[in-house]
Design a protein around this ligand. Structure first.
Ligand code: PLP
Length: 478
């Protein structure tokens, strides 16, 4: 199967592409051009400057309060300025702010590694720290490749790659971050296609979407259909595949694409059968977001390598991690002269301040049973959204736990999208922001990812605000 990149114009963190008048070159006011924002057309950028935050609410420099409807880009767990989180970071500040993890570590970072091994699925145990989700994925890719190299090398100390297993299988519309390896796996046209000249090509799997199913496929047989598609790729390519890399259950940046139940468990079985590692990217789904600590827990799956980021520090400080099973870790053990060590490392990986935040966050998860509250909150949010689910331009409402996507379509019957130039998703989010809820679209998918501690009252506010914004914007269209 050739590389397939969706041409759906999704926007991750940003306003949609600007249509320029011929010959006109708009420019931002100079005061707004010092800070170059990611995924953002700076020429027509309307900045919202936040001065402070508390709980699930942000306050702008002009005093407007906004509900943080995307958890500060899918990160925030226990709310802003959580007293326990704040205290843990302050305490660590009085001890040590930063030391390297190359050849030494801070006690708090070692403690965190042990705690992460306890909360991640199965026998995942060995934690490699980095600073952001993309880097956690990069580490996983290199770890998988070096693992196969070490398993296959016949002479110790051989440095040319001694394995044919040097490729990865990634799903269509995949998103794993913005560094070059992660972009290579990526399958979202506007994010990734431009960079084709500098990336490697994965074996491209299907998009296991439950909303737009291929002809002849329906909800009852969708899991088997996608399993078969992936199996035929594994049959053909297993000898060259180091790993299958995938987001479990929900492909967030693809537009909260929700996989058929049971698919992840089937892919785990296939990876075992075809001797290919399974790398699961839980950067978005991890830390309670889907109603279990990790999305893999829904299907009893232990991947060989799991990537985490975003919520790891409760959304407070940059940190990410790549955790491996003993079978992977042990392949890297040997005498120093054998040069089997993992050739990878980040300056700020395992930073003690971030580690203190992460340990405090895990303490809060344990002490408040937060994960156990997510199913009920998710149901409540969906009940509040039920009236808008029947709107003639709402095609689908999907996701798991507190990870919700509402796809707006031109025609509900045929599932025809709006023309992307109409910027429907962007307009709805701008209106919601005027009404007091800060949300960002993915194309015409309205994303709701509130902090996990949001109360029912706050979830109702979010649902009502989004409902009003959708109704108003779409009333103008018809
Ligand atoms: N992987 C997934 C599934 C993500 O959703 C993201 C970010 O949205 C990343 C990786 C990249 O994380 P970061 O932005 O921290 O590099």
């Amino acid at each position: 199967m050739t590389s397939r990149i969706t041409d759906k114009p999704l926007q991750l963190h940003s306003n949609a592409p600007l249509t320029l008048e011929k010959n006109s070159v708009p420019a931002p006011p100079e005061s707004q051009s010092f800070h170059w924002h990611g995924f953002t057309q700076m020429a027509d950028f309307q900045n919202i400057v936040i001065e402070r935050a508390e709980g699930c609410w942000l306050t702008t420099t002009s005093g407007k309060r906004l509900f943080d409807g995307v958890a500060s880009l899918w990160c925030n767990v226990h709310g802003h300025r959580n007293p326990k989180m704040d205290a843990a970071i302050r305490t660590q500040l009085d001890r040590v702010s930063h030391v390297t993890t190359l050849g030494m570590s801070a006690d708090i970072t070692d403690q965190l590694a042990e705690r992460l091994a306890e909360v991640t699925p199965g026998d995942l145990k060995h934690v490699f720290f980095s600073s952001d989700g993309s880097s956690a994925v990069e580490a996983a890719l290199k770890m998988a490749l070096q693992y196969w190299h070490l398993k296959n090398q016949t002479t110790p100390n051989s440095s040319p790659t001694s394995t044919t297993k040097t490729r990865y299988l990634a799903l269509s519309s995949a998103y794993h971050g913005d560094t070059t390896g992660a972009v290579s796996l990526g399958g979202i046209k506007y994010f990734h296609q431009l960079f084709a000249p500098i990336v490697f090509t994965p074996v491209r799997g299907p998009l296991p979407c439950s909303y737009r199913l291929p002809d002849g496929v329906h909800s009852d047989n969708a899991r088997d259909y996608y399993t078969n598609e992936i199996e035929s790729l594994l049959k053909q390519h297993h000898a060259e595949l180091a790993a299958v890399v995938m987001e479990p259950l929900v492909q967030g940046a693809a537009g909260m694409i929700t996989h058929p139940t049971g698919l992840l468990a089937r892919i785990r079985e296939l990876c075992d059968q075809y001797n290919v590692l399974l790398i699961v990217d839980e950067v978005a789904t991890g830390f309670g977001r889907t109603g279990r600590m990790f999305a893999c827990d829904h299907e009893g799956v232990t991947p060989d390598i799991l990537c985490m980021g975003k919520g790891i520090t409760g959304g407070y400080l940059p940190m990410a991690a790549t955790i491996a099973r003993p079978a992977v870790f042990e392949a890297f053990l040997g005498k120093s002269s054998e040069r089997k060590q993992f050739y990878h490392g980040h300056t700020f990986g395992g930073n003690p301040l971030a580690a203190a935040a992460a340990v405090a966050s895990l303490d809060l998860f344990r002490d408040t049973n937060l994960t156990d509250t997510i199913d009920a909150k998710s149901q409540f949010l969906r009940e509040c959204l039920a009236p808008i689910a029947n709107h003639p331009h709402v095609g689908d409402m999907r996701g798991r736990g507190l990870m919700v996507g509402i796809e707006l379509v031109a025609d509900r019957e045929s599932k025809t999208p709006f023309d992307s130039d109409q910027l429907i998703g962007r307009k709805v989010c701008e209106r919601a922001t005027e009404l007091g809820a800060w949300i960002r679209p993915l194309g015409d998918v309205i994303v709701l990812m509130p902090p996990l501690v949001a109360s029912n009252e706050e979830l109702r506010f979010l649902a009502e605000t989004v409902t009003q914004a959708i109704e108003e914007v779409l009333a103008d269209i018809d």
